[in-house]
Design a protein around this ligand. Sequence first.
Ligand SMILES: Nc1nc2c(ncn2[C@@H]2O[C@H](COP(=O)(O)OP(=O)(O)OP(=O)(O)O)[C@@H](O)[C@H]2O)c(=O)[nH]1
Ligand SMILES: [Mg+2]
Length: 304
Amino acid sequence: MTTGFKAGFVGLIGLPNSGKSTLMNFLIDEKVAIVTPRPQTTRRRVHGILNEEASQIVFVDAPGLVTAKPGLFDFLAKEAQEVMAESDALIAVLSLDLKSAEEAESIISMVSKSGKPWMAVINKIDLEALSHRSLILRNMLQDHKVPILSVSCLHRDKFQKEDREELITEIKKLIPESPAPLYDPELYTTESLRDLACEIVREKCFLNLKDEVPYSMAIRTIEFKEDADPIPRITLEIIVSKDNHKGIVIGKGGQLLKKIGQEARVEIEKLMGTKIFLGLKVSTREDWFQNKRIMKELGYYHES
Ligand SMILES: Nc1nc2c(ncn2[C@@H]2O[C@H](COP(=O)(O)OP(=O)(O)OP(=O)(O)O)[C@@H](O)[C@H]2O)c(=O)[nH]1
Ligand SMILES: [Mg+2]
């Protein structure tokens, strides 16, 4: 007997900076995944859940596909591969600002070889100077005979609601029937508040720091006391990989760290629906991303 209910994991696969995290937040209409203008923002897969009466789509936002290199890059590459393997269906995210046609070809070929049901999303269509690339991408996709939709997640006023509903309708066609939802339908993410708070701080670091500093940074919880009196008390550690990065993060007279803290606090307060105390500590763990033990401690770890 079929219930008519559908549920499944849908992996978002694309190059770094193609807008996967923005697209997921747009589809679930919540901010779960952090977004910055720089590649390799997403490090670990993040689940965003869209609950409807007859379906539950669990989006899996993966790190952008990168070539494996030792350390953190190896983790990112494996993470994206695992998302592909574990999803019921895939969305190839192709943005108009990609660097070359070969890059798009490589994503299309990887996703189609997975053997999973898939569709393509042409992203960032508000970049009008690059609009000719839409046609090039559509030509590349033609032989695959998959649904192709175009979106802009940033300019929702201009490229509005129909987009989102059309997209969701197509995505639902890709996922299997399921006797029940995969997660509690009250949830819009499987991330814990702790994880979300760390990610928000990492986002603000990315937005406030130049060059390589945020790339070799990790955030960890020191204390997370939701029932502290009079307001919840959260202290997080910003781990940098070189001692001279510490001063850069703290800034002159502590100004930069203060700004990062303020921006993150406002967002965490919105998420928790209450005022909070947010403390940030900066410490150095020399080249932590080359140290398996520390990588594991920070959650950047795969079994094999
Ligand atoms: N113009 C335009 N920019 C967009 C759109 N969607 C996302 N962006 C921008 O593209 C940049 C990257 O967005 P992300 O969502 O972080 O991209 P990502 O694919 O998750 O990147 P990684 O996590 O690094 O792989 C950000 O600056 C976004 O604001 C869009 O529809 N139009
Ligand atoms: Mg991302």
